[in-house]
Design a protein around this ligand. Structure first.
Ligand code: ZN
Ligand code: ZN
Length: 412
């Protein structure tokens, strides 16, 4: 038995007045999701716990069977793993943005005018080899990923994730100084971070790429702002936990990092972008292909969450319908006599608030011998009447693995 799990990021939503109090998922044309619901077992999931708005990292950890309350050690390390870096047990990693500041270090644009990857790569090159003078025993690894995004890893003795963010989180605010969360805990890390932010700013401010950008009216990427200090989570790989082979398809480093931490093989799909222009057909083909070699394939689609953060209802509906079309290909392409198809979301993202919310998300498991229920449509409210009832995110994977015959008996 095999399983393919489709996670539509932030697809679940709240009823909207513009949709006559339907949710985008309820209002969209989703005949394939509905078909799965009608022939599978449905339910709703509290990704982390009821009423608790999760991040994509904690929620996807939960969906893969890890209790984030136990294992989560910050976002930065997952981003770094997702960016392909090798991490050690005591490394401290940060999610970074190339950003634009004025002469008073006030943030003008947190994404440096959504700088292109080519420019960001050249700027990142110029930052290689920079380290702390005060703490030369700390190794510094800096890598840009896509556009304005980058990761920073600090390696050395006495480091800690107990430091505050440098990134103020909004424009119009000054770049913050990293502070230790407690006087003793995080002091060295905060000092290294502050020194690096200054040195990076110095180099970037005089970089020819930024001078060229200024001439053409583009915002200079003259600072690197850091947030989400994290250490790699210590997870028993899903592969050894259940004795399976597992792979994941996602365009975003955070979810790729979660999958990698869980011991899943990452599959790169050309055309998968994590945005509206992503190639879902290519992702479906890659997932079906991966199913030949693997027992479990995670297929993550980001753009439903992007649309929700952007508060673009049309885009969200369009992405939901495109995911539905992708599911048609998966239903047709998978050998459904030996494959479970699971569709769910990692969390609710509200079109109205533009934020992750703590409302539960729908789930369907379709496949051999599932106890079908009376749910005929895939939606937040319909699935609440399904046979899985209301479960926590961390409970989904054991339920799937039990169906696949991979869970060992507890007791005699
Ligand atoms: Zn998410
Ligand atoms: Zn989100």
């Amino acid at each position: 038995m095999k399983a393919i799990m489709v996670v539509a990021d932030g697809m679940a939503d709240r009823p909207l007045p513009d949709l006559h109090w339907k949710t985008p998922l309820e209002a969209a044309n989703t005949e394939n999701m509905d078909w799965l619901a009608a022939h599978g077992v449905c339910g709703i999931i509290d990704p982390v716990s009821p009423g608790f708005p999760p991040g994509s990292d904690t929620a996807n950890l939960a969906l893969l069977g890890y209790d984030p309350m136990e294992v989560y050690r910050g976002r930065g390390a997952l981003e770094a793993l997702g960016a392909g870096l090798e991490l050690k047990r005591w490394d401290v990693a940060f999610r970074c943005n190339f950003a634009t500041v004025d002469e008073n270090m006030v943030v003008v644009d947190r994404r440096a005018g959504r700088i292109c990857t080519e420019h960001a790569s050249k700027l990142a090159e110029s930052l290689q080899g920079i380290r702390s003078q005060r703490y030369p025993d700390v190794q510094v690894i800096f890598k840009n990923t896509r556009e304005h995004r980058a990761v920073l890893v600090l390696r050395g003795p006495g480091l800690s994730t107990a430091v505050t963010d440098v990134d103020p989180g909004a424009t119009g605010l000054p770049v913050r100084r990293a502070k230790p969360v407690k006087p003793t805990l995080g002091a060295k890390t905060a000092a290294v971070v502050n020194e690096l932010v200054e040195k990076f700013h110095e180099v970037l401010s005089h970089h020819p790429i930024n001078e060229e950008r200024a001439k053409t009216g583009l915002l200079p990427a003259n600072v690197v702002i850091l947030r989400g200090a994290g250490a790699p989570p210590e997870l028993t790989p899903i592969t050894s936990k259940y004795g399976i082979k597992a792979a994941a398809i996602s365009a975003i480093p955070l979810v790729r990092g979660v999958a990698r931490a869980a011991g899943m093989q990452l599959i790169d799909v050309p055309g998968a972008t994590g945005s509206y222009d992503t190639d879902l057909e290519a992702k479906a083909e890659a997932a079906l292909n991966a199913l030949k070699e693997n027992d479990l394939v995670l297929l993550h689609v980001k753009a439903t969450d992007v649309a929700s953060h952007d508060k673009k209802l049309d885009k969200k509906m369009e992405m939901i319908e495109r995911i539905d079309a992708m599911l048609k290909r998966i239903i047709e392409g998978a050998n459904t006599e030996e494959t479970y198809i699971i569709v769910t979301c990692d969390h609710t993202t509200s079109i109205l608030t533009g934020k992750h919310e703590g409302d539960p998300v729908p789930v369907v498991i379709y496949g051999p011998m599932v106890r079908t229920d009376d749910v005929k449509e895939f939606g937040e409210r319909t699935c609440a009447k399904g046979g899985l009832c209301r479960i926590r995110g961390v409970e989904l994977m054991p339920i799937v693995m039990n169906l696949m015959g991979k869970v060992k008996k507890f007791g005699a």
